[in-house]
Design a protein around this ligand. Structure first.
Ligand SMILES: Nc1ncc2ncn(CCCCCNC(=O)c3cc(-c4ccc(F)cc4)cc(O)c3O)c2n1
Ligand SMILES: [Mg+2]
Length: 214
């Protein structure tokens, strides 16, 4: 039977990356996506912006919405301090299965919890299920029309504290207009746009970094 793109991406990692070396896993995926098949990872250009925000925030608890193959999960986790943890939500069980193997190849299983299911159902259960108080950093990279409702859900569930950082991918392409309007006009956020390009292409895209003011 024909393999899927995530399966081919995983094979490229297992063939070209060194077990236990997250940076080589990131490199192998970027090479695969540049040379063989485009895939919707945040990519190397936006990935550098992600790295700088993670390093600046130095988060202890991270939430990622939309795991896909685990590329940004590995990028983030490789920069976290020892006891820090990242919970990553993935709707698609096939993607989650691949992501777990990519994360294992990088040797980052202890820092990462892959949770399967829709964000709208899991966010209200974060405190009781995972003992989370608040998130220091949230990386939004899932369905673009879920960015706004899930941000409001995070607020309503008390999962954001003064200074929590939201970092959103694809605010230009595919675009998240209602989310952008909200975080840029709400008095509860201080927002900043990092102009970049859609992964592995010349099309414009960017990340929006928003600080929750409480
Ligand atoms: N509610 C819920 N809860 C949890 C979840 N987990 C996953 N999902 C569903 C997410 C499905 C994938 C989301 N990502 C994208 O769609 C995406 C697309 C492009 C792109 C594509 C084609 C183009 F021509 C140009 C740009 C580029 C990107 O960087 C993207 O991130 C969930 N949903
Ligand atoms: Mg994305």
């Amino acid at each position: 039977t024909q393999s899927t793109r995530p399966q081919r991406l995983l094979h490229a990692v297992q063939k070209n990356a060194t077990r236990g070396d997250p940076r080589s896993v990131v490199k192998a995926i970027d090479n695969f996506c540049r040379q063989k098949e485009w895939a919707m990872n945040v990519g190397d250009e936006k990935g550098c912006i992600l790295d700088s925000v993670v390093s600046e925030v130095n988060p202890v608890t991270v939430l990622e919405l939309g795991t896909y193959c685990g590329y940004s999960t590995v990028r983030i986790a490789s920069l976290l301090p020892p006891r820090a943890k990242i919970i990553t939500l993935e709707f698609n069980p096939d993607y989650a299965k691949i992501a777990r193997q990519v994360i294992a190849w990088a040797g980052l299983e202890d820092k990462i919890q892959v949770v399967e299911g829709p964000s709208g159902e899991w966010i209200p259960k974060m405190k009781e299920q995972f003992g989370v108080k608040t998130f220091d950093l949230v990386f939004l990279d899932h369905w673009k029309d879920r960015y706004l409702p899930d941000t409001k859900l995070l607020e309503d569930c008390g999962l954001l504290r003064k200074g929590s950082i939201l970092l959103a991918d694809n605010v230009i392409c595919p675009g998240t207009p209602d989310y952008l309007e909200y975080v840029r006009n709400s008095p509860r956020y201080k927002s900043q746009y990092f102009k970049s390009h859609l992964e592995y292409t010349k099309a414009e895209d960017g990340l929006e970094k928003s600080v929750f003011l409480g």
